[in-house]
Design a protein around this ligand. Sequence first.
Ligand code: ADP
Ligand code: MG
Length: 335
Amino acid sequence: MGEFDLIARYFKRPVRRAALGVGDDCALLLPRPGTQIAISTDMLVAGRHFFADTDPCRLGHKSLAVNLSDLAACGAKPLAFTLALSLPGVDEPWLAAFAHGLLALADVHGCELIGGDTTAGPLNICITVLGEVPVVNGRSQALLRSGAKPGDDLYVSGTLGDARLALDALLGNLHVPDAVLAAARLRLEQPTPRVALGLALRGVASAALDVSDGLIGDLGHLLESSGVGATVDADAVTSLIAANRSSTLGRPAEGPLDLLLTQDQWRTLALSGGDDYELLFTAPVPLREAVAQASRSSQTAVTRIGQIDAMPGLRLVDQRGQPLANRYTSFDHFA
Ligand code: ADP
Ligand code: MG
């Protein structure tokens, strides 16, 4: 099978909203009046972002999910994406499964594949997503990293740390029961982009970003962009690890996980983790009910984990408000 047959078989689909899709030199997309186009790119490199033998269906899902997560963080509605693929060879079962995982998630979000590039080379997947953000009275409704104000509440969606737990277990650095690993592995390999929550937070959140490299580092970006600091309840964050919660609920057949991980290891997973693709956002205190409503309407759990301070820097406290040393870092490709 040649390059063009491959594209036609696995990646060419009828256009829907786009004016022109796969098959010409450019795709064409007509923005709706009164909207801005939000654009984001994420690359996944084999051996760096995923194991080369990862289930291709899950890999297809994740490749798009990490991009949709960026749209979610901006409060943008997914429109379309392009796919640049470098493949070591034509492995049809692999391609079929990859395309299935990718396009199934695309269909869930009405995000159409409108073009890309396909070359031979080491396995590498690069997606660019396009989304739509309304402009109201000349003001963009996009959620940015830069809008947090002293006194705002700080929230995070869903669960944190389980993807890192799975990674550590798969690398053999950590030993956890099979059922715990299976659940955590889904978080690593099939993250759920919080698109509905991002849309519901337009006009509510003062700042937002998605947590991809670990809470501490990503929160640092938000604080820096906003020119503020924060106080974070490390225990509230640690209780967001699903595996931690299931262990405290008791898993008699497998033994409690807290025997296996120390409090500091749990905190490290939750605070430094990575690959969570949850939304971290701030909102003014008077909008607490609006945040709760956004959580309900998007059916996405949201937890208040701290507040924004005028004093720059990140301060960690435990559940009683006692200061904790911040020894936690985040992922950096070149650190
Ligand atoms: P060009 O050489 O003009 O850049 P290509 O021959 O690379 O175009 O691609 C042909 C068409 O197939 C283009 O419309 C391109 O957007 C599309 N395409 C290539 N690879 C992919 C892919 N992996 N997924 C979706 N569309 C693709
Ligand atoms: Mg090309």
